[in-house]
Design a protein around this ligand. Structure first.
Ligand code: GUN
Ligand code: ZN
Length: 465
């Protein structure tokens, strides 16, 4: 057993800032000179250095200066086999899948290709400060195996699963429902809760799933209730029309997943751009979650996710945020925050009554504003809650796993440091308000060059250039 200490400026969350409108700082915690004590990869103590140092005399301490230390970022929706095809020009979801994505994913039947890609995928995540993700694989078990093997080598906590599709894709890619059931079961038995791996039963989307494939998912969930369920929902209008045509006995998209018993705690539906108010209410009641993927929703022209509706206290829906690589064009969740802020501001304009006074809803308009508190909560503790892994990661609470990111608030475009010097001079942040302003400067003016180091279970796995 090795016990180590990290000394520096720490910022994390103990609550949800959307529950503290007008006083969001109450949801956060800042120690300008803090100490994180880590034993065998887990946090055993956390607080002000002056309070803790007595209790931990003789501790081997690494001091990190002039940086902000945050819990590692959590990407709730990403596609490992799309690492190479981000930034593909000119198509909405359905043609984009056919032209760019499916041909690339077919390559992952080759073990060597999948293994190399898995290495590149985790390198990219760590350089972005992302320490946990929930990811899709492909319809080939080879890709799922190589992903879990690589995450286990790096000791990273991930949620993933074989990604089933049995219609509307090239024939070589389709899973027979029985084969999907058998392979998923084998992979669950091999990888679920092995090391830090968690398994998600993963029907790719209802648009590409027959009733038989969804019934196989239902059976898997019934037999393995501890597993997660990860899929897509209501991303694009043409997709939704296709789903309702194929599953004619369901009145809406969520209804398809409900019919097969998939919606509840540990369910994640990616995107949810076009969900009705009723679907939001049903999701809220069920404990199921959505994933907000702003970079992708804008890149593929899918639409504006109604963040202020999802955060309605009367029908609050659990949320994680995702990059959705390669529908999203950036690995960094800092970019997701940037684009999420812009989506929220567009929603704000739609709801403030200036376009259509009959649609005015000032409370919902306000909930769309992604403050630094709301933003950084969403990609740390909030994301962990959305994925039902907040007992394991998400903040610096003792008992949790010591995954964290070290941010250089001056990293970024050439004028970044001068911009940030409006908030702090050389001495670094001393108050919560200064930290919030620096973080907003990182998400809106900076970029992933702010990520200086990324640590997994108390070990540094990434250091910038
Ligand atoms: N829906 C089904 N598959 C995909 C995918 O790979 N990316 C996105 N954005 N949506 C999907
Ligand atoms: Zn996706």
């Amino acid at each position: 057993m090795t016990t180590i200490g990290i000394r520096g400026a720490f910022f994390d969350f103990i609550d949800d800032p959307w529950k503290h409108i007008g006083a969001e700082h109450e949801a956060a915690r800042f120690h300008a000179d803090g100490l994180l004590v880590i034993d065998d990869g887990k946090i055993v103590d956390f607080g002000l250095y002056d309070h803790l140092s007595e209790r931990h005399r003789g501790l081997e301490i690494t001091t990190i200066r002039d940086r902000l230390i945050l819990p590692g970022f959590i990407d709730g929706h990403i596609h490992f086999p799309q690492t190479r095809v981000l930034g593909a020009f000119g198509q909405q979801l359905l043609p984009w899948l056919q032209v760019w994505v499916f041909p690339e994913e077919l390559k992952y039947r080759d073990r060597d290709y999948a293994r190399e890609a898995a290495g590149r995928f985790f390198d990219a995540l760590l350089a972005a400060g992302t320490t946990t993700c929930q990811t899709f694989t492909t319809s080939s078990p080879v890709s799922t195996e190589e992903l879990f093997e690589e995450s286990e080598r790096r000791n990273m906590r991930i949620i993933a699963g074989l990604t089933g599709i049995d219609r509307k894709a090239p024939a070589e890619m389709l899973n027979a429902p029985e084969g999907f059931y058998n392979e998923s079961k084998r992979l669950i038995e091999r990888y679920h809760r092995s090391g830090r791996s968690l398994y998600a039963i993963t029907p790719r989307f209802a648009y590409g799933a027959s009733s038989e494939l969804l019934a196989a998912c239902e059976r898997l969930k019934r037999e393995h209730p501890d597993c997660w369920v990860n899929t897509h929902i209501s991303e694009n209008p043409s997709e939704i029309r296709g789903v309702l045509a194929d599953h004619g006995d369901c009145t809406d998209y969520l209804g398809v997943y409900e019919k097969y018993g998939l919606v509840g705690p540990k369910f994640s539906g990616g995107h949810g751009v076009w969900l009705s108010d009723d679907e939001f209410r049903r999701l809220s009641k069920s404990g199921g979650a959505l994933t907000f993927c702003p970079c992708s929703n804008l890149f593929l022209g899918s639409g504006l996710f109604r963040l202020g509706r999802a955060t309605d206290p009367q029908a609050r829906v659990r949320l994680s945020w995702g990059t959705d690589i390669g529908g999203g064009n950036r690995f960094s969740l800092l970019h997701a925050l940037e684009e999420g802020y812009k989506v929220g501001m567009c929603n704000n304009t739609l709801l403030d009554g200036s376009i259509d006074p009959t649609r005015q809803d000032l409370a919902e308009a306000e909930r769309n504003k992604v403050s630094p508190y709301r933003g950084f909560w969403s990609i740390t503790l909030g994301g962990a809650q959305g994925l039902y892994i907040d007992d394991l990661v998400g903040n610096f609470q003792p008992g949790k796993e010591a995954d964290f990111v070290v941010l250089d608030w001056n990293g970024g475009q050439a004028a970044q440091a001068w911009h940030q010097s409006l908030v702090v001079e050389k001495e670094g942040p001393q108050t919560m308000e200064q930290v919030a302003n620096l973080l907003f400067g990182i998400m809106m003016v900076g970029d992933d060059r702010a990520v200086d180091e990324t640590w997994i279970m108390g070990k540094r796995l990434y250091k910038k250039g």
